[in-house]
Design a protein around this ligand. Structure first.
Ligand code: ADP
Ligand code: MG
Length: 645
């Protein structure tokens, strides 16, 4: 490697500036990048206490000469670029010459290094920026750098660090991203002396993916490859039945560097359009190789984002390659085919289960209403949408709870048969059958309502599979079915959480769920909080979390699905949220998940049940996110609109 030189000020000013060392994970990233730039074939990363106490990276790369230790920890000194022109074609992971200086300023840093032809090694210690002497020492060829006691001299920044587990999660994510980019390099990661990853060098990238994630996932991946001019795209995407509620399992490597790129992520979603339900994200491991001069990596301090010279072409290449692949594997047709001819996907099966849950729930609620029970339509209280079809016992966290514990002021909302105008299911009947001649009738009844239907159903219809329209004494109300149901369920779960009476579903055999390391850490950190919601989790090692129970309200969701959404919520903010806010956002999430969706066709009974419960919600006018659940059109308003006044 060339000598380290101090960059001149005009060049320093050209380099994207910004904080690079935010947390232990940043140290892991910078030190591993340096080891890779030094040509190492083996990199050992050791952490203590999530990296806060220690990050040590040992490599067998080219090493540093004795007189290079000082420049290495000096700001804007690098061996990787010399001039402004070099910025145009960067082929190393680092180039700003700032990482070691930054790490040295917030930790107790030690470097020990030896070049292959040197007689011995040298070492240097820097404590919070105070530089010690360069001393000879015994050392193997390569470099050891350790950062102890991170942020010891900047207590405010130290305060922003999260729990050991969470920091560890971020750190192992950083490790993962780099280890993915160098399958030929032996990489290990240990935490508090325990080995988390030992990744031997491999020829087949799939083997590195399997070692980092999960063999089954890796084996199911679909390989993609295309070369357009100097641009090569290769790697893997997952079958659409493997999807995630976030984009965190989308790994995009540009010349070995893990990046985020909105445009390419968009191309990816476009390729999967119609194959995934909305809100689901594909999994991918993609490598782009292109000449360094075709991309500017100097736009973001941590080089997470880059700027492509011809982003449009890359977009089309990615989209085109994936589309062609999906078409040739007949994936599109298979996914779009009618349910039943093929094994339904995870998502479809879930929708079907959920729909069945709504029907069961509504039927039960109605049966109860028929018996004149005074709390009738709140029947969903015991199991939410879960319905009765759950094989495992439902237990209440404390006491009998259930329907008996509901507030006494709740009254039943009865639908008056005299109000009944039509049956929602029949709204698609042929137009000829209608006999609404007068203007008033036409204004309230939809096209296609049969005469007898007008006599025997509730005063509400569903339109566009997402809104309920009902008559009120004042006029008319349009209700967002999802928002309303979400509100009702949210209040229900909140009441139960406060009373410590969330019904949970115990699993006879705990289910292991594989998560990204950061996700697993976040979930385990919140274990105690999750318990209040009826979710019991325990660590199983690596990124695997065992689910022992989950809320009965979400019985129709697979534990894996639930945990991924939870971790998503938990990782949503950068800073440790207040406990109460977190609980609240988790309750929102559960309510949102359990609620019927926009697009779910409801039966007349379901509509009645939902509207009945509307009266019971404390704030039926807003969904938990604060959006309105209903729009009211008064008679005066309607009259005015129709110019009757
Ligand atoms: P950059 O990587 O942007 O050049 P750093 O502050 O990370 O800046 O490192 C400064 C210099 O120290 C590098 O340019 C490189 O010459 C040298 N260096 C750092 N880490 C290593 C290592 N593990 N092996 C060999 N040289 C290293
Ligand atoms: Mg560097």
């Amino acid at each position: 490697m060339s000598r380290i030189v101090q960059l001149p000020p005009h060049l320093v000013n050209k380099i994207a500036a910004g904080e690079v060392i935010e947390r232990p994970a940043s140290v892991v990233k910078e030190l591993m990048e340096n080891a890779l730039d030094a040509g190492a074939t083996r990199i050992d990363v050791a952490l203590k206490q999530g990296g806060v106490e220690l990050v040590r990276v040992v490599d067998n790369g080219c090493g540093l000469a004795a007189d290079e230790l000082l420049p290495a920890v000096t700001s804007h000194a690098t061996s990787k670029i010399r001039s402004e022109a070099d910025l145009e074609h960067i082929s190393t992971l680092g180039f700003r010459g700032e990482a070691l200086a930054s790490i040295a300023s917030i930790s107790r840093l030690a470097i020990r290094s030896r070049q292959p032809d040197a007689a011995g090694g040298t070492e240097l210690e820097v404590v919070g920026g105070g530089i010690g002497d360069v001393l000879p020492c015994g050392a193997p060829v390569g470099t050891l750098i350790e950062a102890n006691d991170l942020f010891f001299n900047t207590p405010v920044r130290r305060k922003f660090l999260r729990s050991t587990q969470t920091e560890m999660g971020y750190a192992s994510e950083a490790f993962t991203r780099l280890a993915l980019g160098c399958p030929g390099v032996h990489c290990t990661l240990t935490h508090n002396e325990r080995t988390l990853f030992d990744l031997p060098p491999v020829d087949d990238w799939r083997d590195r993916i399997a070692a980092l994630f999960d063999r089954q996932l890796a084996d199911g991946l679909i390989s993609v490859e295309s070369v357009e001019g100097p641009v090569r795209l290769s790697g893997y995407v997952a079958h659409p039945d493997q999807s995630r509620p976030n984009g965190r399992m989308q790994y995009l490597l540009l010349n070995g560097r893990a990046i985020r790129d909105r445009s390419l992520q968009h191309a990816l979603s476009e390729a999967y359009r119609g194959l995934l339900l909305t809100g689901r994200f594909p999994i991918c491991f993609l490598r782009l190789t292109l000449p360094p001069e075709m991309v500017d990596v100097n736009v973001h301090p941590t080089k997470l984002e880059v700027r492509f010279q011809d982003g449009g072409r890359l977009y089309s290449q990615l989209l085109g390659t994936l589309r062609a692949k999906f078409l040739s594997s007949d994936l599109t047709a298979r996914m779009r085919g009618p349910v039943g001819t093929e094994r339904p996907t995870e998502d479809e099966a879930q929708v079907t289960r959920l729909r069945q849950g709504v029907v069961d729930w509504a039927t039960a609620a109605l049966a109860q209403a028929g018996q004149g029970a005074s709390t009738a339509l709140l029947g969903s209280g015991s199991t939410g949408l879960a319905g009765p079809a759950i094989p495992l016992p439902v237990s209440s966290v404390s006491g009998p709870g259930g329907l008996d514990s509901l507030e006494p002021q709740l009254t039943m909302h009865r639908l008056d048969p005299a109000d009944v105008r039509w049956r929602p299911e029949s709204r698609r009947a042929p137009v000829e059958n209608t006999n609404q001649q007068d203007a008033e009738g036409a204004a309230t009844a939809p096209v296609g309502v049969t005469a007898e239907a007008l006599l025997s159903s509730p005063t509400a219809i569903q339109v566009l599979d997402r809104y309920l329209v009902a008559e009120t004494p004042e006029g008319m109300v349009v209700i967002d079915q999802h928002a309303l149901h979400e509100r009702i369920l949210y209040e229900e779960i909140r009441r139960k959480v406060l009373a410590g009476q969330v019904e949970r579903q115990n699993l006879l055999v705990p289910e292991p769920v594989d998560l990204a390391p950061a996700e697993a850490a976040a979930v385990l950190e919140a274990a105690e909080l999750l318990r209040q919601l009826g979710i019991a989790v325990s660590p199983f090692g690596g990124g695997t979390v065992l689910v022992e129970s989950y809320p009965a309200m979400l019985a129709n969701f697979r534990p894996a699905e639930l945990l991924r959404s939870l971790s998503d919520q938990l990782l949503a903010g950068d800073r440790a949220p207040q406990r109460r806010d977190l609980l609240d956002s988790l309750m929102h999430m559960i309510a949102c998940k359990a609620a019927i969706k926009a697009g779910d066709r409801l039966s007349g009974e379901e509509i009645m049940a939902l509207l009945g419960q509307r009266e019971l919600a404390q704030d039926a006018h807003h969904c938990p996110h604060g959006r309105p659940t209903a729009l009211v059109f008064s008679r005066e308003e309607l009259d005015r609109q129709f110019k009757r006044t």
